[in-house]
Ligand binder design. Structure first.
Ligand code: NOJ
Length: 561
């Protein structure tokens, strides 16, 4: 084993939504050259791995999650040369690059689908999932399967009088992986990017790749809306459409492909939903022979409370014990920006506390672009929305829409978490090089919330991220040690306490983390008398006084003996 082995277990991930990070041309759309010009900023923040939402060729119906050519770059983002340059620039900075891979479906504008729908005997017909409608006249969908977002996931095609299956939006037809040609093409396509130096893939809705080959109706369920634990909704189970067992086997096949590439190792992180048991199965049942990591979205909606997070850590540790490893994520391009869940009054303090938690618990953290400067959700008018998911809901009365927005955490209109990165207080927030209409409106708060201001303020959220990231990087106990929760009876109710420890050269390194989830000062006996402060969420902090530890409201600290 070399030092390089399993580096991905210790890594930290930063997600870039390419359309929104930095525009180098002035057309109001982010691009690869823009990203390259900002790599030093990300390096300085101290994250290691950058995950890019898709920038392959695409009609942009779902802003890149509808791919029309898997081995090309969309012209609005740049060229293959720009991509190679991006990889080089990232690696030169000793950072890693992860691409988003949408295996489940293509765009309906992909040549394969254009061919596939052209006639029943086209060679590409079987590359997608086609079925006859229900008898007697075939004008009803083949079965009761629902898509993730709309009603039935079956779409009628009059030309060939059959229905195609789409797990997500109608213009994203599912590929048929039971056809060996499809599987072979996609595995080779993955190798193509790995040979270009890509360090890993985030796998889009992986649990939807294989459905029941017998096309049985999904049974009834008691659930109206989907949750982190299950995609059951509208009183239908997703038994035969999501996490069908063949998907677990597929994860193993994918792992074999990426393991063909070593020095450095590559990794896979799955976007999957389901119970923790199912999520763990994607990584391997007995041994870790499936996906290296899976997103655990349970963290996103967890209320900021010591008790709630203690329970969540216990659960994650139960299902992802070493050699498996959990992940920690709070925001992404599909859901409300996490800081906007908090009341404005203490939002930054709470975001800092959340950062301290995310970067000190056992697991791989992902930070969404702008999260580090406290970018808020941009609550844009529904009527002008660009997100294709929102289109289905435009017909609903405002009251219902608002209700749905709230209960889905804004997942039915995702524009608000995707607005341009706020770099400075200039026009376009420094996102575009000249005054232009950016693809989505800049948040009006950009004059106060931006990178420049964050860097000028020594006590900003940005520096809190940077402090914890730097410490994590150089501290084995934090980046790869075990975690032990402190007995809640030994600390006040609002405090979450845990230790992280690792053996280095025969000696134990032990780190103590105390997080105050309460809005009041908390003081309690310090069980480690000769400890010193390694980091706090606030720079003016003096938590160690005599026999006691005293934490400010929402303060989080790390101590070492
Ligand atoms: C999940 C992605 O995160 C989302 O943005 C996308 O719309 C769907 N998958 C469909 O690819």
């Amino acid at each position: 084993m070399t030092d390089n082995d399993q580096w991905w277990k210790k890594t930290t991930i930063y997600q870039i939504y390419p359309r929104s990070f930095k525009d180098s041309t002035g057309n109001g759309i982010g691009d690869l050259r823009g990203i390259i010009s900002k790599l030093d900023y990300i390096k300085d923040l101290s994250v290691e791995t950058i995950w890019f939402s898709p920038f392959y060729s695409s009609p942009q119906g779902d802003f890149g999650y509808d791919i029309s050519d898997y081995q090309n770059i969309a012209p609005e983002y740049g060229t293959m040369e720009d991509f190679d340059d991006l990889v080089k620039n990232i690696h030169d900075r000793k950072m890693k690059i992860v691409l988003d891979m949408v295996l489940n479906h293509t765009s309906d504008q992909h040549n394969w689908f254009i061919e596939s729908r052209s006639s029943r005997d086209n060679p590409k017909r079987d590359w997608y999932v086609w079925r006859d409608g229900k008898k007697p006249n075939g004008k009803a969908p083949p079965n009761n399967w629902k898509s993730f977002v709309t009603g039935s996931g079956w779409h009628y095609d009059s030309k060939t009088d059959q229905w195609y299956w789409a797990s997500f939006l109608p213009f994203q037809p599912d590929l048929n992986y039971r056809n060996p040609e499809v599987k072979k093409f996609m595995m080779d396509m993955i190798r193509f990017w790995l040979r270009k130096g890509v360090d890993g893939f985030r796998l889009d809705i992986l649990g939807a790749v294989y459905e029941d080959p017998k096309f049985r109706d999904n049974p009834l369920s008691w659930k109206l809306i989907p949750s982190e634990d299950s995609m059951d909704m509208l009183f239908r189970s997703s038994k035969y459409t999501v996490n069908y067992p063949d998907n677990f086997e597929f994860s193993k096949d994918l792992r074999k492909v990426i393991d063909e590439f070593q020095n450095p190792q590559r990794f896979l992180i799955g976007e999957v939903s389901g119970s923790l048991e199912e999520l763990r199965t994607f990584c391997g049942k007995e041994s870790p022979d499936g996906l290296n990591l899976v997103y655990l979205f349970q963290s996103m909606g967890t209320k900021l409370s010591a008790n709630k997070f203690r329970k969540l850590i216990q659960k994650f540790e139960k299902y992802f014990p070493d050699p498996f490893i959990p992940t920690w994520v709070f925001s992404n391009h599909d859901i409300i920006r996490h800081i906007s869940r908090f009341k404005e009054q203490n939002a930054i303090k709470k975001a800092k506390l959340n950062t301290a938690l995310q970067l000190t618990v056992r697991g791989v953290p992902t930070i969404y672009y702008g999260e580090e400067i406290g970018m808020r959700q941009n609550f844009l008018p529904f009527d002008k929305s660009l997100d294709a998911v929102s289109y289905n809901f435009k017909k609903y009365p405002k009251l219902i829409r608002n209700l749905l927005l709230r209960i889905t955490d804004y997942a039915i209109n995702r524009d608000g978490c995707r607005t341009p990165m706020q770099w400075n207080k200039n026009e376009t927030a420094g996102f575009s090089p000249k005054l232009t209409d950016t693809w989505l409106p800049i948040n009006r708060n950009y004059k106060s919330i931006n990178v420049e201001n964050s860097i000028d303020n020594k006590d900003s959220l940005f520096y809190c991220y940077q402090r914890f990231l730097k410490l994590r990087k150089k501290t084995p106990a934090l980046n790869s040690g075990k975690i032990d929760l402190m007995d809640p009876k030994t600390i006040p109710n609002e405090i979450l306490g845990y230790t992280r420890s690792a053996i280095i050269d025969g000696n134990e390194q032990k780190i103590y983390v105390y997080l105050n989830f309460g809005s009041k000062i908390a003081s309690f006996h310090n069980p480690i008398p000769n400890s010193h402060l390694l980091a706090s969420t606030t720079i003016s902090s003096q938590p160690l006084n005599g026999q006691n530890i005293t934490l400010q409201p929402f303060e989080g600290i790390i101590l070492e003996k």
